[in-house]
Design a protein around this ligand. Sequence first.
Ligand code: NAD
Length: 317
Amino acid sequence: MSRLRAFTKSDSALAYAGGMTATIIDGAAIAAGIREALTRQVEDMIVRGLLPHLAVLLVGDDPASASYVRGKERAGQQTGIKVVIHRIEPGFDPGQTQRRVRDRIELLNADPDVHGIILQLPLPEGVDADALLDRIDPLKDVDGLHPANQGRIMQGRERFLPATPHGVQQLLVRSGADPGGKRVAIVGRSRLVGMPLAAMLAQKRQGANATVTLCHTNTPELAELTRQADILIAAAGRPQMVGADMVRPGATVIDVGINRVDDASRKRGYRLVGDVDLESVREVAGAITPVPGGVGPMTVAMLLNNVTRAARISQQR
Ligand code: NAD
């Protein structure tokens, strides 16, 4: 077994030397650079008496949500941003939970010291997330999920770009794969990732200006479309669904997916994989993001960017 692994490694090293293996886009390093710049901005803001403050609403005890929230708290604090987690116990029925969260949102909307509000999803069964997201003050909606903010993206007049699509766009621009004039295929049309990303990359402006194809579960001949793309972005939430046969040689591949797959060899019993089969696709693509260490750290950095933006906006009110 170990001999096989050793062979595979040296084999791919040889392929790399021959220029056949994709460049790995180091999202962690690019995100660290952005966070560093944000840290300096926050220092300046604090000197001027403005402490950016993010409130995170965490309802119930979903372990994945709790871990994401801890990640945001840590990264925020490292950047000098104040992050307060508001833990809300679910009520005896969804209606009571709904009212508890709504009331907390209203309090945070009214608090001038709070600049950004995040409602961590998913919410417990039966709670209407849309109705609650609609309640968040659009000027504090740092996840960019309020209809007013999503509508502005369609018009190219964005206030807060959702962090993951913004992270993907920044990865492209900063790794030298500017989408301008390129054919981009996005797999996944969610409100959080695929849909806003399509609207962003289709805008007539720098860092965008692409011809975008938005693919989804009802797309016929998916591989035929993705194979035409200079830039392929996978955001479907399907472990390793994008194989080498779906990728145009030399394409840039951005893997948004974060999926848990069982792995008995790991202490925690699972490992994280993307929507792209990295091992096969890296032999075809020109550049590719890994999971973890690709889009994930960019998402956190762009969220913090939105919090500093929200703090600045609060001064113009
Ligand atoms: P979602 O389930 O809301 O949306 C998935 C989309 O993919 C849907 O529009 C669906 O039509 C499409 N889809 C699903 N299966 C498909 C298939 N076989 N063929 C074509 N289209 C298909 O998911 P989401 O919230 O957009 O997240 C997508 C993935 O990205 C998940 O793995 C999620 O964990 C991950 N994610 C990562 C980050 C990050 O920071 N890296 C942030 C958000 C989401």
